[in-house]
Design a protein around this ligand. Structure first.
Ligand code: FCB
Length: 486
């Protein structure tokens, strides 16, 4: 178990920070670099008028206010109050206090010239027990947030589920229990009816592979469950809910543009030896194909991952059809590349060659900084003929930030990262790949799950002592860059 744990925890970019060296702010004093595509300066207008420019966030990572106005507990409230003091996770409840500062934050995203805001709904804020009684104050909070976006000409994009399951549902085994389907349907229906008059852009799940494996296989994230006996049913039920949630939203939101999101990693073998190529194919199946292929009617990738045959125990008649849904767009979220080689230990028979051993540039969490990967990911996913449209629903980098006495954060490396990523997206777009949106992770620094408040991804710096918001140089770069958007 510990080997598998290590492999996956590393592949899924969590808990690897201690053992690697970061190469940070290598050019802290330089001005914004000019990234060129085909010899031309990068321009927002080149992406076209329909391209969505946004920032992304999630409820648990930003809202705070865990016990106010009738909110119920989520599994992340339980996890962060369990007494563990690593990486300051116990401060989750007041990291950003977006619940109180949402107006300022929406104003800041407008100031940076973004047109869209992706946020998630906290299930336990609107249904404190997960089902049944509705918390009107929770509904009121999201109404205010949505109205604030619209008043500022910002298009809201809502995610139904970004990992914060109501604790009451986890008490009944959460994603492992097939009843999650009806619980989720009830929640999706309520969200559609309450907010669908104003929110037209929806995402069902955030990165199902991440939350089911980290939370139900390796137990490093909430709700800290282990083993295939938890993971396999949780995986199947999440795959069902992604499609079912899509159907509920489409049926109940007039003019709905509905998608769902996937974590994606570039997976490459260390060399061309057949055994290493096969090892990479197995990891690719786990990280990139597990949730999208059943959705597209292709079933689970059991050839590469024979342990998935265990899912047959949880499949009910009609599930193959139930797993399918034709989303309007697919949300891809890319952060890093993994290089793998064969290893004798099952079930994956693969191990990562860690970035620290490869001498490549890493971010603060120890993952390779590899902007070109986004082009490879777009190329890979666009090969599925069923995908009509792709939105990059998250992309970002954590580097250490230093607040100078003049209240400036010279995060030129973060700005450069986004510029490089964007130039690869434009290349893909110009080659005919249907990518039509970019959401920066994240609007503000926030609570980074098991890593606590240490890694910072935001375009806006948060001073956690006094909640002061300071636009980083990367945010100022976007402000300038997006002035030219159509
Ligand atoms: C993604 C998550 C998001 C955030 C970023 C850094 O995997 O969806 O909540 O933690 O990583």
């Amino acid at each position: 178990m510990s080997f598998i744990f290590r492999l996956f925890a590393i592949l899924l970019k969590r808990n690897a920070r201690n053992s690697v060296s970061c190469k940070l702010n290598k050019s802290i004093s330089r001005e914004f670099p000019l990234v060129e595509t085909d010899g031309m300066p990068l321009k927002a207008s080149s992406f076209g008028g329909s391209f969505s420019w946004g920032v992304a966030s999630s409820a648990f990572q930003t809202e705070g206010a865990p016990d106010v106005d009738g909110k119920g507990k989520s599994i992340w409230d339980t996890y962060t109050r369990s007494g563990k003091k690593n990486r300051n996770i116990e401060h989750a409840s007041d990291t950003n206090n977006f619940y109180y500062h949402y107006k300022t934050d929406v104003r800041l995203l407008k100031e940076m010239n973004f047109g869209s805001f992706r946020f998630s709904l906290s299930w336990s804020r609107i249904l404190p027990k997960g089902t049944g009684t509705i918390n009107q104050k929770g509904i009121g909070f999201y109404n205010n947030l949505i109205d604030t976006c619209l008043e500022n000409n910002i298009t809201p994009w809502a995610t139904l589920y970004h990992w914060d399951l109501p604790q009451s549902l986890q008490d009944k085994k959460g994603w492992v229990n097939r009843d999650i389907i009806s619980w989720f349907e009830e929640y999706a229906y309520l969200a559609a009816k309450q907010f669908g008059d104003r929110v037209k852009n929806w995402m069902v799940l955030n990165e199902p592979m991440a939350f089911t494996s980290l939370g139900y296989l390796f137990g490093v994230h909430a709700p800290e469950k282990h083993g295939f006996r938890n993971f396999i049913p949780a995986m199947h039920h999440a795959a069902l809910c992604q499609a079912i949630g899509g159907r509920v939203l489409r049926e109940n939101v007039p003019g709905c543009n509905v998608g769902t999101t996937f974590s994606c990693s570039v997976v490459e073998p260390i060399d061309n030896q057949p055994k290493n190529i096969k090892a990479a194919a197995r990891i690719d199946a786990a990280l990139n194909r597990l949730y999208i292929e059943p959705l597209l009617g292709m079933g689970y990738p059991v050839n590469e991952l024979p342990f998935l045959k265990g899912v047959s125990k949880y499949i009910k008649e009609g599930d193959f059809e139930r797993l399918k849904f034709d989303f309007d767009f697919i949300g891809l979220q890319y952060y890093y590349r993994v290089i793998v080689k064969h290893h004798r230990l099952p079930p994956f028979n693969a191990i990562e060659v860690r970035p620290a051993f490869r001498g490549v540039l890493t971010n603060e969490m120890g993952f390779e900084v590899y902007p070109k990967g986004i082009y490879k990911i777009l190329d890979k996913y666009s090969a599925y003929p069923q995908i009509k449209k792709i939105i990059i629903t998250e992309s970002g980098v954590c580097y250490m930030d230093f607040l100078t006495s003049g209240k400036v954060i010279k995060d030129y490396d973060r700005a450069e990262y986004h510029q490089q990523i964007l130039s690869y997206i434009l290349k893909a777009k110009n080659e005919g790949i249907p990518v039509d949106g970019y959401f920066v992770w994240s609007l503000t620094d926030n609570f980074e799950w098991g890593e606590g408040i240490v890694p910072r991804f935001g375009l806006i710096y948060i001073d956690y002592h006094n909640q002061m918001r300071i636009m980083k140089e990367s945010g100022k770069w976007f402000k300038k860059f997006l002035m030219d958007k159509e």
